[in-house]
Design a protein around this ligand. Structure first.
Ligand code: BES
Ligand code: ZN
Length: 475
């Protein structure tokens, strides 16, 4: 029989079965698509590529970025996002669980001068002020070198320029000069203020960073300001999990594949690329994979609190039993898959140790079948795949970057990471490729003849880079 005819017949083999028959956790009367014997790899890919609906992904991104906005770990907005994800997954027929965990206290605050509130970043070692805040005149104190502090700093707010010496030296001298608060303004134009890191030191006064432009404005206007900083305590975040049971076997016998995306963002950023894009694509993959039986169990895990140090994914992995870890085959992590920044033409497959593991193998196989040559294997952590890697699970993060330099879009982690910076065609290209790779991997009991160690020699196509071979990241 000709391949095309097989694919055509396969597409007709749609059965409606009562709940339980497919072995999935889907609701009763769910449509299940049976496999036709001899169906080719690319026909399986088509189940994903033809059903992948980029409009739905854009709807998710719109909801997360425009309806909700920044989704900082521990906030109401992060919880609202988790509830939205849960609703969507339930609509697709999944049983969904939400896993809550504690997160560290954080500092929250404002800088107000005149009528204006300025964008700030608070030093991790800053003091809190209480609700009343610290009020003072703004006193320019140069670079914070010895002799830069006029007598008026005493009891007022020192405004210091970034540069030449560490932040802590500036802050320490300001405290010695009697400053009641410290504002450090940037020495170069940037989209967001610097976060003055004090190392392990703890300041006795509030310390914030602002942009160069705002620093110059405060200098010119010679104003007073109020800095208010308080500690936010008892914060929780949550992971949202939908499980697609393997077909025809007890779920605790099957290997597990994890498709993950973090849905939280950094403060002030709507996080369209980082990471409403990955969240939207994984939701869409959960939707389109729901009716198809797979030998492996697939867990769609939507991760909270990634931006404060991979807290959600580390918690998720820490709660897996030894048996679950042993059954865990691979983690496909999607983080920043849809930027429209023109130079980011490659889909990087970031692997913590740079080794071409089963995730890479599966993605490059799908790329070959789909005629996609945009993949680059790269040695990098900095996202949720790290937590899975640390548990010995083959893991990779998919992320759009500029080939050669590995640069990210310049508005990464800024208020300008908005939905108009998303490329529908790149979302589609990445979503189809990663979806085809996950489905191919999950469909089969054993994708190859053993663990990734034995498979490294077979890698072809793309090439491995690491940070040493690239220009510094645009961040
Ligand atoms: N979406 C980024 C992913 C990323 C990966 C950015 C590699 C840059 C390089 C992720 O959300 C992120 O911002 N990661 C943090 C580190 C993390 C441990 C908080 C980063 O890279 O600063
Ligand atoms: Zn990020």
């Amino acid at each position: 029989m000709k391949k095309g005819l097989v694919a055509f017949l396969a597409s007709l083999m749609v059965l409606t079965v009562p709940m339980g028959f497919s072995g999935s956790s889907l609701g009763s009367g769910q449509t299940v698509y049976a496999e036709a014997p001899g169906e080719s790899g690319s026909a399986f890919d088509k189940r994903i590529t033809q059903r992948f609906d980029t409009d739905r992904v854009m709807d998710h991104i719109y909801y997360l970025t425009e309806e909700i906005g920044p989704r900082v770990a521990g906030t109401e907005e992060e919880k609202e996002t988790a509830a939205y994800i849960q609703d969507q997954l339930e609509e697709y027929g999944y049983d969904v669980s939400t896993q809550e965990f504690d997160i560290a206290n954080r500092l929250s605050g404002t800088l107000i001068s005149g009528e204006d509130e300025f964008a700030i970043r608070i030093s991790p070692g800053s003091a809190s002020t209480g609700e009343e805040g610290v009020l003072g005149e703004i006193v320019y104190s140069g670079l914070g070198l010895e002799g830069d502090f006029p007598a008026e700093v005493d009891g007022n707010i020192a405004l210091i320029q970034r540069g030449e010496i560490p932040f802590w030296d500036k802050v320490n001298r300001a405290q010695e000069a009697g400053a009641a608060g410290v504002i450090i303004f940037d020495n170069a134009e940037a989209l967001v203020p610097p976060t003055p890191s004090l190392g392990a030191n703890q300041a006795d006064v509030p310390v914030v960073g602002i942009t160069k432009a705002d620093g110059e404005r405060l200098l010119e206007e010679n104003m007073t300001a109020v800095i208010t900083i308080s500690e936010v305590t008892d914060q929780v975040s949550q992971n949202v999990i939908a499980v697609k049971e393997p077909k025809g076997k007890k779920s605790n016998d099957a290997e597990i594949v994890y498709a993950t995306a973090h849905y939280d963002s950094v403060p002030y950023s709507p996080g369209a690329s980082d990471n409403a894009s990955g969240t939207g694509v994984v939701l869409e993959l959960a939707r389109i994979m729901a009716p198809y039986p797979t030998e492996k169990e697939i867990r769609f895990v939507f991760v909270g609190a990634e931006e404060i140090g991979l807290v959600g994914s580390r918690y998720y992995v820490s709660q897996l039993s030894e048996g679950e870890i042993a059954r865990s085959a691979a983690n496909f992590n999607l983080d920043m898959v849809g930027t429209n920044w023109e130079p980011a033409t490659s889909l990087y497959v970031n692997v913590v140790d740079g080794a071409p593991n089963q995730v890479w193998q599966s993605a490059s196989g799908a790329a070959e079948r789909l005629g996609n040559d945009s993949l680059i294997l790269f040695e990098r952590g900095a996202s949720d795949h790290v937590a899975f890697y640390e548990a010995g699970i083959d893991a990779a993060n998919f992320i759009r970057r500029e080939p050669g330099t590995a640069a990210l879009e310049p508005w990464y982690h800024t208020p300008f990471d908005t939905i108009d910076k998303i490329s529908e065609s790149r979302l589609q290209e990445g979503g189809q490729l990663i979806g085809a790779a996950i489905y191919d991997f999950a469909r089969k009991e054993h994708p190859g003849k053993g663990k990734s160690e034995n498979r490294r020699a077979t890698v072809s196509g793309a090439y491995l880079l690491n940070e040493d071979q690239t220009a510094p990241e645009a961040r």
